[in-house]
Design a protein around this ligand. Structure first.
Ligand SMILES: [Mg+2]
Length: 413
């Protein structure tokens, strides 16, 4: 993959200091951005964005007078801003970490953070990760889908699984994928889950959606089992499945019918959901394990699991939440969380997946920390089944970092 991202042609800088506006304009011009607009407060910035929907990059100070940076992010999310954002701040890492988390909740794409005083090198390094995100997913904000629409869409098989690869960090081997839901809407295009999951939940349709995802994932595994028998698919399990005592049997029957191995199905459970009903959750998980399924704890670091709790659940894999992984090199709090998650996983003999690896820097950092598996835009975006298989073949089963030693080790395999 190229080390420099595509050139950004239009940017907007928001800062209350006139001097910094000039300074950032110079930096952006120096990296080849021709159109740089400036605003010294959030309101002005919002109106510029409304007049210039083609702006690709925002450089945003989070300490602004009147409308602060947080409020501003909420507004641009409502305006469906689809470009990339660089946060500029001299705040503490943990504050910045929370801002990033919040921005992701709003489905905004934070490209990176520039601590003040920012330099040209900072900017270049952050921009080098730009463009790995493909903006093919439509933003459909605040749209309320009716139960009827959703039922119809399920019936018409408009919900499909996209697959995002998981790569072994040492060999580069593409070992599996996480199934992520997309809505192929006849008029609106591909819709990401943030836009329809809340409506699904409100209408009690999550189970049906999970069922679709299970079906798609099993079909995918079925199609792969001759050419890539080692391959696994991870499926996100909603909270209430942890109360469905017959789920392990149902899943086992489906997998058996399809003629695939139970171990090629990994069930991901979000950390914060574990505590809801401990006894039932434990029973279901133990039975899933006994039937040979993989178990993974998802979004790790965002909940409150204690070592004691985790020890009791038979997880084989721990996924560190992307909020801690993306840009970890510039964030001491994230680094501490990654380090302690790795320690914990090692103690409990679990594999560690780093989610949200979006740059070579992220990759190198999590590798140094001892993570085993990588997932994120740096490797690839989630893809449809057809795209995924084409991508896998094109890469001959290995993600090539372009390192001579990796090439060697991948050939050995
Ligand atoms: Mg997941």
């Amino acid at each position: 993959m190229s080390s420099t991202g595509p050139r950004i042609s239009s940017a907007l800088v928001i800062d209350d200091s006139g001097y910094l506006l000039d300074y950032f304009t110079v930096l952006l011009n120096a990296v080849g951005t021709y159109q740089v607009k400036t605003a010294n407060n959030g309101r002005q910035a919002l109106s510029i964005l409304q007049d210039h929907p083609d702006i690709e990059l925002l450089l945003c100070d989070i300490n602004l007078p009147e409308m602060d940076g947080i409020e501003f992010l909420r507004h641009i999310s409502a305006q469906s801003f689809a470009g990339e954002i660089i946060i500029v701040s001299s705040e503490h890492d943990r504050v910045i970490g929370s801002v990033i988390k919040l921005a992701r909740e709003h489905e905004l794409h934070i490209l990176g953070v520039m601590k003040k005083p920012a330099t040209l090198e900072n900017l270049k390094s952050i921009l080098s990760t730009s463009g790995h995100r493909v903006k093919s997913t439509v933003r459909v904000d605040n749209h309320v889908f009716t139960a009827e629409e959703l039922h119809q869409a399920i019936g018409d098989k408009q919900f499909i699984a996209y697959f995002q690869p998981k790569v072994d960090i040492r060999s580069g081997k593409i070992i599996g994928a996480e199934a992520l839901c997309r809505w192929r809407h006849p008029d609106m295009g591909i819709i990401s889950p943030g836009a329809f999951i809340p409506c699904m939940e409100n209408n009690g349709l999550i189970d049906e959606l999970t069922d679709v995802m299970l079906g798609e994932s099993i079909a995918f595994l079925e199609s792969m089992q001759h050419s890539h028998s080692y391959f696994s698919v991870s499926i996100n399990m909603p909270a209430d499945y942890l109360t469905r005592l017959n789920f392990p049997d149902e899943l086992h029957a489906r997998v058996k019918d399809a003629g695939i191995r139970s171990s090629s199905v990994i069930i991901e459970i979000t950390e914060s959901r574990l505590i809801v009903d401990y006894k039932q959750a434990l029973e279901i998980m133990v039975r899933l394990r006994l039937k040979g399924f993989g178990l993974s704890i998802d979004d790790f670091g965002t909940g409150y699991s204690s070592l004691e709790q985790l020890q009791n659940f038979p997880f084989q894999e721990l996924k560190i939440d992307q909020a801690f992984v993306t840009g970890a090199i510039n964030n001491l709090a994230s680094q501490a969380i990654i380090e302690s998650s790795v320690n914990l996983a090692n103690k409990l003999d679990m594999k560690i997946v780093a989610e949200g690896v979006e740059s070579r820097q992220d990759w190198d950092f999590v590798q140094e920390q001892g993570c085993d598996i990588v997932q994120g835009y740096f490797v690839a975006k989630p893809m449809s089944q057809i795209e995924f298989i084409a991508w896998l073949e094109q890469n001959k089963g290995y993600f090539d970092l372009g390192l001579p030693e990796q090439k060697k080790s991948s050939q050995e395999k």
